[in-house]
Design a protein around this ligand. Structure first.
Ligand SMILES: C[S@@+](CC[C@H](N)C(=O)[O-])C[C@H]1O[C@@H](n2cnc3c(N)ncnc32)[C@H](O)[C@@H]1O
Length: 158
């Protein structure tokens, strides 16, 4: 995508290409991932890099609801973690409620995963690149910091 292209039009073009059989699903995921990646990485602030523009109050209003579902210590996997901001803030919000969370993230974009690892250096080994559609959850009995893995296809974006 160039700076002159409208993201919505690009998105419609990608969908049309899939529908017409001009590209396969792997390419569709890769093109969509690039589209989001370009938009997120063009933002100077952490919320925009996570796909939610606006101020800190807006972030809290739109994201803090996730912590309402947490009623114990444990692991939290953010599927589609972008720059890792939700991983970071959900741990803080859970701590406020007396719960200890081990946060992990999975994201299809290697560039966003790299940004998340830079932002959260203590979490680098808990940030995975892969396509959620191919996610293989670990057994329920696994410890609180499971190793999430994805099968090879559809592939993560390159
Ligand atoms: C709107 S952001 C959400 C960021 C964060 N989870 C939050 O709620 O604030 C969506 C993220 O999902 C990722 N994503 C989209 N499709 C995906 C897929 N199939 N597998 C893994 N990540 C995906 C995008 O790269 C992007 O980082």
């Amino acid at each position: 995508m160039t700076e002159h292209q409208n993201p919505r039009q690009v998105r419609l073009g990608i969908d049309a290409a899939l529908g017409a059989g001009a590209i396969d699903e792997v390419r569709w995921y890769a093109e969509n991932s690039r589209l989001l990646e370009t938009a997120y990485l063009s933002s100077a602030d952490a919320r925009g890099q996570s796909g939610l523009n606006g101020d800190a109050a807006n972030w809290e209003r739109r994201r803090k609801v996730n912590v309402e579902a947490i009623d114990r210590d444990g692991s939290f996997l953010d599927i589609g973690c972008a720059n890792g901001l939700l991983m970071e803030t959900i741990v803080i919000w859970a701590t406020e409620r007396g719960h200890d969370l081990e946060a992990s993230g999975l994201v299809i974009s290697p560039k966003l995963a790299a940004l998340a690892r830079t932002r959260l250096p203590a979490r680098t080994d808990r940030i995975f690149v892969g396509n959620a559609i191919a996610l293989t959850p670990p057994p329920a009995s696994t410890s609180s910091a499971p190793n999430w893995s994805t099968s090879r296809r559809p592939a993560a974006a390159t």
